[in-house]
Design a binder for this molecule. Structure first.
Ligand SMILES: [Zn+2]
Length: 197
């Protein structure tokens, strides 16, 4: 259902602990699942975190060590952390994806943006257009391209865009600076190929 684009992974093991961190992109957001299996249960953790606009990690979901620590082997140099902790990172990333796919509850649409949506519909589908979007299309849009940004410009124009990452200067400056040209979203067909679907 949810498309996750693999970005990075790191794993390792010592005599006292092993860890696995998997970083993916979900709906244009960078999300990591981080599992640390220590010799001691109270020094172990399993969390999913999203990279926020301030470039720090915000916790989205966690799994209490009591739910998985006892089912995992005692740390040793030769523990294969990816194999042992992989299922847990997958579960954490799935939960994070569900949280990110939930519609934000605080969005309000100004009368001006309402007018701009009317114009977007009218210019895309005709002045008397009606167009119904299914839930699948909404989920697809969340998981491909950037997050939707709506920028109201001082001259009364409104930009709707999914073409930029959240920390692009165009977005952070509310349209007063240009894109730094580092915004790139993989074509959905290529993302699928990479996942072997
Ligand atoms: Zn950009």
């Amino acid at each position: 259902m949810t498309v996750m684009i693999e970005r990075d992974e790191a794993a390792g093991a010592t005599a006292n602990r092993y860890h696995y961190t998997r970083t993916v992109e979900i709906a244009g957001r960078t999300v990591q699942a981080r599992v640390e299996r220590d010799f001691y249960i109270n020094q172990s953790l399993a969390v999913a975190e999203v990279l926020n606009d301030q470039m720090t990690w915000t916790k989205l979901a966690a799994e209490a060590p009591g739910n998985w620590w006892h089912d995992t082997p005692t740390p040793r140099h030769d523990v294969h952390a990816v194999t042992v902790l992989g299922p847990l990172t997958e579960q954490l990333l799935r939960r994070a994806a569900e949280i990110l796919a939930a519609p934000p509850t605080t969005v309000t649409v100004s009368p001006h943006v309402h007018g701009a949506i009317s114009a977007l519909l009218a210019t895309s589908y005709g002045f008397d257009a009606e167009h119904r979007i299914d839930p699948d299309e909404i989920a697809w849009a969340y998981s491909h391209g950037g997050a939707l940004h709506i920028i109201e410009h001082p001259d009364g124009s409104v930009t709707f865009t999914k073409a930029h990452r959240d920390d692009c200067p165009f977005i952070t400056s509310a349209g007063t600076q240009d894109c730094d040209e580092d915004c790139y979203f993989e074509h959905p067909a290529d993302a699928k190929l990479q996942l072997g679907e």
